[in-house]
Structures are given as structure tokens and as C-alpha cells.
Design a protein around this ligand. Structure first.
Ligand code: F0G
Length: 466
């Protein structure tokens, strides 16, 4: 067994390398080295799968399409279907819960709300644990098994936690989760408990949890499952491939994602760049990242970039000023010191996209509008539609352009937020431009009505509605 694991590890390592994203350093490391930042310069790492331009893109597309109807778990997974572009040997112990294969919806009401002709929503909330984290976790836990880790650990605002708890359990690994106490939605906490993780509620915010994970991550028994781990990014990049298949390989003009710790934007940027390098697509979509106003360190930095920096991905600043006490009711993205900001910013700049922020009011109304499209999502995901509306108003997105927003989490991840919005008791988070505690005016409020238990009372309400 150990021998087989060693053989798989050796063959996997031959397929790809980890490399430091700092051009001046450029160090490379074997995939078997369990490191999360470059030991030489401290910068983050990226996996180079050594992909080369394919001679017959149509044949590769056809092969992937054929796999999507397969009954084999490995092919049916929306991640492992793209094994050709992942850093694993054929014999790897693939961990899967049938992630990926998520719907791409048209959202006509949200499109009108934003001021564009058409809007499509790629709903990653339809993954096994209800968020986009599952695509990355399938890959990270596979590598954890290959590298014979014992305990997988993460810091989380709730979704990474739920996903890690589920996938670690599937892979027969222990998991431990560091959560900011009192700042995680009940549904996400419940999932982690149910999947059997050791849940540690920390007196501090997400950034404190992340710092602690990086401190304990050096211990050889521990496997860090946050998106600073480049294997997470490999899994999450497959969403870009799947999206292109769903678009029949017609590249959209804009892809819009929420930004927190910046793993998702990094991963989508990597996926699109790879497809360009492979010859599967001819241009990149503009990648736009939207943050909540009270937790927007990258939007702030983006706003300060000079024209030279804006014109190329190699000119990014060396440092980012963290937001010390980040605040937003979109708790999933309540993050002040994103670990993958540099990789994400490079991807945005390379594509000609933007990083902006939106207010609590804008997030809340955009979320209700997505609900009116019968789709729903968690608050962090709604930053996308709020951001598109703003980017249309500023002229960055044109009315007739092809726009896709990535919804990252399922609506039921935070039902408390929805109840409060619709019953008029949602109030602004401190740190947003709105005064802290001041009520959010729900433009699309739909409060429940208390009605007497009589036919007449019910008909009376119906009559009022007309
Ligand atoms: N949307 C949702 C629903 C999330 O849970 C997160 C991140 C994001 C967007 C932002 O993605 O961090 O890749 O930029 N949630 C992490 C967590 C931090 O712990 O669940 P990102």
C-alpha cells in the first residue's frame, strides 16, 4: 500500500511542478514538497502542469463532452473529467463527491436590473456542500492522501470549513477547522459539525484564523486546505473549463466573481489562461472581482494603480494594505488580508478586468433580485450582480456584451439574512459607508403577513395584492 502510494506520488510529481510566482525568485519545487509559500522568498506558489498547445482542440473537447455522460465516478465528476489538465497520475486515489456539473442559468430580471440585454449565472452553490469550494477540495484532499497527511486544517468563514469537513471525511482523514467565533452562519457551522470535523471557534476574525493556520501548517502531520494551497486552485480552475463547455466554447466578454481571500478569482484566471495557452480559446474574458465595501483591500489597491500598472500583469505592487477590522454582512467575504491577492490581481490585469467594491445596500437588493429570477444565492455571491450594475453604469460593461456572474454559494447557506431583508430588520454593518446599524431599505422587500385563520381574511389579503 505504502509502496503504491509512493509510486503514485513519484509519477504525479513527474507531471508538474510547483513554482514561486515571484519572477525575481522563480524557484521550483516538486509536487511532493508539502509547502504553501516559497521557502526562499515567502511568496505564494502556483502549479505548472507543463501543458503544451494541443494539436487537435476539437478532439479534446469531444473527449471531455463524452465523459460528462459517463457513469464512472471519476468521469462523472465535473473536476476529474478534466484530468488531462490536472497534476495527477492515472492511478491517483481520486476523492470525489460528484462535484462540479453546476447549472448555467439565464437571469432575465437581474439583466434588466443591471442594464444589460442578457446575464447568465453560473451557480456553484449546486455543489455537494452548497458552495464552489468543493471543486478545489476534491483535488486538495486527493493530494493530502497522496502525501500521507493525517489532519487537514483550514481557516474559514464557513464554506471552506463545510467543504473540508465533508471531503476529509470521504478521504478518511481527520479535519480541524478554525472559525471566527460568532461570525459564521448557522447552516455552515451545522454542516461542519455534521461531517465530523473538529471545530475550533477562535476569539478573532478570519484573518486571525488564517494567520494561526499558517503558523501551525509547518507541522508535518498537518495539511493546510486553504486556497493558499495551490492544489485547491487546480480544482477550482476546472470551473472555467466547464463554463466554456457550457458556452459551446464561445468566450464571454466578462466573467464576474466575488472576492474574499482571492482563491476563486486566481483559479478562474488560471483556467482561462491555460485554455488560451492550450489553443482551446482565442481570447480571455475580462475577469472582474467584486468586494464588499467594508472588506475591500484589493478594490482599494486597484483604485490606486497607475496607468503603467494597469496596462500589464507584471507590474503589480509588492504589498497590499490590509483592512484591519473588516466588516460586511456578507460574512463569507469578511476578509481584510487576502492571501492570494497578487495572483488574482495579475489575472484581472492580464484580462483587462477591474476590481471594485459595492455597498451593503447594493448587495442586499442584488441578492433579492437574483431571488426574483428563481435562483437565489448567499449574500457574498450577490456582490456580482451589484458589481455588474455598477460596471454598466461606469461604462466598463456595455449593454450588449455577454456577461457571466459566478454565484459561489447556495441561498440556504444564510437564510437568516433573507428573513431579515424581507422583514425589514437587516441593518448595515459597521465599516460600510452607510451608518452602522442603520436599517437596509429592502427595495424588493417581501415580508410575511400575519392573517387570521378565516377564508375571508385570506381573500381580503389577495384582493389587496391586485
Ligand atoms: N463566496 C462565498 C460564498 C465564499 O464562501 C467565499 C469565500 C467567497 C465568495 C470568496 O472567495 O475567498 O476565493 O475570494 N469563503 C472562504 C471560506 C473564505 O472560508 O469559506 P475567495
Amino acid at each position: 500500500m505504502a509502496e503504491k502510494a509512493a509510486r503514485v506520488a513519484a509519477r504525479t510529481a513527474a507531471k508538474a511542478v510547483q513554482h514561486c510566482i515571484n519572477h525575481a525568485c522563480g524557484a521550483t519545487y516538486s509536487l511532493n514538497e508539502r509547502i504553501y509559500v516559497c521557502p526562499k522568498c515567502g511568496e505564494t506558489l502556483e502549479i505548472d502542469c507543463r501543458l503544451t498547445r494541443v494539436s487537435d482542440p476539437a478532439a479534446l473537447r469531444k473527449r471531455w463532452a463524452a465523459k460528462s455522460t459517463s457513469k464512472l465516478p471519476r468521469d462523472a465528476s465535473g473536476v476529474w473529467r478534466y484530468h488531462d489538465v490536472l497534476p495527477f497520475d492515472e492511478q491517483a486515489p481520486f476523492v470525489t463527491l460528484f462535484e462540479g456539473n453546476t447549472p448555467l442559468y439565464h437571469a432575465p430580471r437581474s439583466a434588466v436590473y443591471c442594464g444589460i440585454d442578457d446575464l447568465r449565472l453560473k451557480h456553484q452553490g449546486f455543489n455537494p456542500t452548497g458552495s464552489f469550494k468543493d471543486t478545489g477540495m476534491a483535488v486538495a484532499m486527493t493530494q493530502a492522501v497522496i502525501s500521507r497527511a493525517r489532519t487537514a486544517v483550514c481557516a474559514s468563514t464557513g464554506n471552506t470549513a463545510a467543504s473540508l469537513a465533508a471531503y476529509a471525511s470521504r478521504a478518511a482523514l481527520q479535519s480541524a477547522i478554525l472559525l471566527p467565533r460568532g461570525q459564521v452562519s448557522a447552516a455552515k457551522l451545522a454542516q461542519s459539525l455534521d461531517f465530523g470535523a473538529l471545530v475550533l471557534e477562535i476569539d478573532g476574525n478570519f484573518d486571525d484564523c488564517m494567520r494561526l493556520v499558517q503558523e501551525i501548517g509547518g507541522d508535518p502531520s498537518i495539511y493546510v486546505a486553504n486556497s493558499i494551497n495551490p492544489f485547491r486552485i487546480e480544482g477550482q480552475k476546472t470551473v472555467a473549463y466547464e463554463l466554456m463547455e457550457q458556452c459551446l466554447w464561445q468566450v464571454p466578454d466578462h466573467v464576474v466573481v466575488p472576492g474574499g481571500n482571492m482563491g476563486n478569482s486566481t483559479a478562474l484566471g488560471k483556467g482561462f489562461q491555460e485554455m488560451l495557452d492550450l489553443g482551446l480559446i482565442r481570447r480571455l474574458p475580462r475577469l472582474n472581482v467584486i468586494q464588499a465595501e467594508g472588506a475591500a483591500p484589493l478594490a482599494r489597491l486597484f483604485g490606486e494603480l497607475n496607468p503603467k500598472q494597469l496596462s500589464g500583469a507584471t507590474q503589480v505592487p509588492e504589498t497590499i494594505a490590509p483592512v484591519k477590522d473588516p466588516q460586511t454582512m456578507a460574512t463569507a467575504i469578511k476578509i481584510g488580508a487576502p492571501v492570494s491577492w497578487k495572483k488574482a490581481l495579475r489575472a484581472v490585469l492580464r484580462s483587462g478586468g477591474k476590481v471594485i467594491s459595492v455597498s451593503e445596500q447594493e448587495i442586499a437588493d442584488a441578492k433579492a433580485m437574483i431571488g426574483r429570477d428563481s435562483i437565489g444565492c448567499e449574500p457574498a455571491s450577490a456582490t456580482t450582480v451589484a458589481g455588474i450594475k455598477k460596471l454598466v453604469a461606469s461604462g466598463h460593461i456595455k449593454k450588449g456584451e455577454d456577461v457571466i456572474a459566478v454565484l459561489t454559494g447556495h441561498a440556504l447557506k444564510d437564510s437568516d439574512y433573507m428573513i431579515r431583508y424581507h422583514s425589514g430588520t437587516l441593518s448595515a454593518a459597521p465599516g460600510s459607508q452607510q451608518e452602522a446599524g442603520s436599517p437596509i431599505h429592502g427595495e424588493f422587500q417581501n415580508a410575511p403577513r400575519h392573517v387570521a385563520a378565516t377564508k375571508a381574511a385570506i381573500l381580503e389579503i389577495f384582493a389587496q395584492r391586485k
